[in-house]
Write a protein that binds this ligand. Structure first.
Ligand code: MTE
Ligand code: MO
Length: 332
C-alpha cells in the first residue's frame, strides 16, 4: 500500500512503519497491498493467514478474504494508528469515562457464549450465535478512519463484513425504516452501568439506507485479530462517516423499527448530539469546533498538530448521496 509521508512524498511502508504489533512482525510477506485502479484508493489483501486457525474460537477469526468484495474507493492511504494507541485510548463508558479506563477494566467482559438477537419488522427474526454470525459472510479487512466527536481520530484496519449482508438475510419489511442497535448492559461485569452518566443500555441507530450502505461494517476484529474487549468485543458496528459514538460496541440486539429510535448520547444531551451525527467540519458542537482533528499518535499534547476534518470523514464520494437535499445543520 502507498501511504503519504509527512513531507507528502509517497512511500512503501514496511511492517514496523505501519504498526509495532506482533501479528505483522516477521510476516511482511503475508501482507500484500494491492493498488487498485480506483483513483486515490488502495485495498488491502491478505496473502495467507497461517497465524489464524481455521476454527472460529475466542481469539480466532476465520481466514480473511481479500479485495474480492472490498468497497472501491473507500480505503484510506493514511498511516495506520499504532495497535497500542487503538487499544488503550478508548471510549467505552460502561468501563469508565477516562480514555485509559476501558483497557484496564474491560477484562471482565464475558464474550462467550454470545448471541445477537435480530427482531422487529423483519420476515426472518432470530438469534445468531456469535460463531454463526462471524461465518455468515466472508470477512474482509477494511482500513477506515474513526473520528470521535471529541476531536481526535485514528486509522484502523477493521475486520468484518457489510452489515447489509446480515440485513438482507433477515428480510426487512417495507415498514422498517430504521435499525436500532442495543449493546450489552451487564452490571455484574460493567462497573459503570450502575452510574447515571448515560441511560443504559447504550443504544444507537441508523436510517435503513445508512445501515444498508456497504461501508457500514459489522465488525469482529481489528489488525487481523479478534476485537479486544475494550474495542467492543465480540461484535460492534463501525460507521466510518459518522462520529465514533454511532459505532456501538458489544452488540446484543439489532431491531428493525418504523420510527427513529432514541440513541444514548441524544438522550443524554439532545442539543449536542443528534441522530445523524455525520462528521462535518461545518457544523460545530455547541461547546467546541469540529473543523479540525488530532490524529492520535501524531505528536503529544498541546503541541500535537491538528489536521482539517473532512466532510463525512472523507467518505463524501461514497455516502454524500444519502443526504442529498437534507439540511445538515438541522439534521446534525
Ligand atoms: N457500548 C458502547 N459503545 C460505544 C461507546 C460506549 O461508551 N459504549 N463509545 C463510543 C464512542 S464515543 C467512540 S469514539 C467509539 C470508540 O471506539 P474505540 O474505543 O474502539 O476507538 O466507540 C463508541 N461505541
Ligand atoms: Mo466518541
Amino acid at each position: 500500500m502507498l501511504i503519504q509521508s509527512r513531507d507528502s512524498g509517497f512511500i512503501h511502508p514496511d511492517s514496523s512503519d505501519i504498526t509495532p504489533r506482533g501479528v505483522y512482525e516477521g510476516r511482511r510477506d503475508m501482507l500484500k497491498w494491492l493498488a487498485t485502479g480506483v483513483a486515490g484508493a488502495a485495498m488491502a489483501s491478505w496473502a495467507s493467514r497461517e497465524a489464524l486457525a481455521q476454527v472460529v474460537a475466542p481469539g480466532k477469526l476465520p481466514p480473511l478474504h481479500g479485495a474480492k468484495s472490498a468497497v472501491p474507493g473507500a480505503q484510506t492511504m493514511e498511516k495506520l494508528s499504532d495497535y497500542k494507541d487503538a487499544t488503550s485510548y478508548n471510549n467505552y463508558y460502561e468501563f469508565g469515562t477516562d480514555k485509559g479506563d476501558p483497557v484496564k477494566n474491560a477484562g471482565t467482559l464475558k464474550t462467550r457464549p454470545w448471541t445477537v438477537e435480530v427482531e422487529g419488522l423483519v420476515n426472518k427474526p432470530g438469534k445468531f450465535g456469535i460463531e454463526d454470525l462471524i461465518k455468515l459472510s466472508a470477512q474482509e479487512e477494511r482500513i477506515y478512519r474513526l473520528r470521535c466527536v471529541e476531536g481526535w481520530s485514528m486509522v484502523i484496519p477493521w475486520v468484518g463484513y457489510s452489515l447489509a449482508e446480515l440485513i438482507k438475510r433477515v428480510e426487512p419489511q417495507g415498514s422498517a425504516k430504521y435499525v436500532e442497535f442495543v449493546t450489552l448492559a451487564d452490571p455484574k461485569t460493567m462497573p459503570y452501568v450502575g452510574s447515571r452518566i448515560l441511560d443504559w443500555p447504550y443504544t444507537e441507530g441508523l436510517r435503513m439506507d445508512e445501515a444498508m450502505h456497504p461501508l457500514t461494517l459489522l465488525t469482529f476484529g481489528m489488525y487481523g485479530e479478534v476485537l479486544p474487549n475494550q474495542n467492543g468485543a465480540p461484535v460492534r458496528i463501525v460507521v466510518p462517516w459518522k462520529y465514533g459514538f454511532k459505532s456501538g460496541k458489544s452488540i446484543v440486539k439489532i431491531r428493525f423499527v418504523e420510527k427513529e429510535p432514541g440513541t444514548a448520547w441524544n438522550k443524554a444531551a439532545a442539543n449536542e448530539y443528534g441522530f445523524y451525527s455525520n462528521v462535518n467540519p461545518n457544523v460545530d458542537h455547541p461547546r467546541w469546533s469540529q473543523a479540525t482533528e488530532r490524529r492520535i499518535g501524531d505528536g503529544a499534547g498541546l503541541f500535537a498538530k491538528r489536521t482539517k476534518t473532512l466532510l463525512f470523514n472523507g467518505y463524501e464520494a461514497q455516502v454524500g448521496q444519502l443526504y442529498a437535499g437534507m439540511d445538515l445543520k438541522k439534521y446534525y
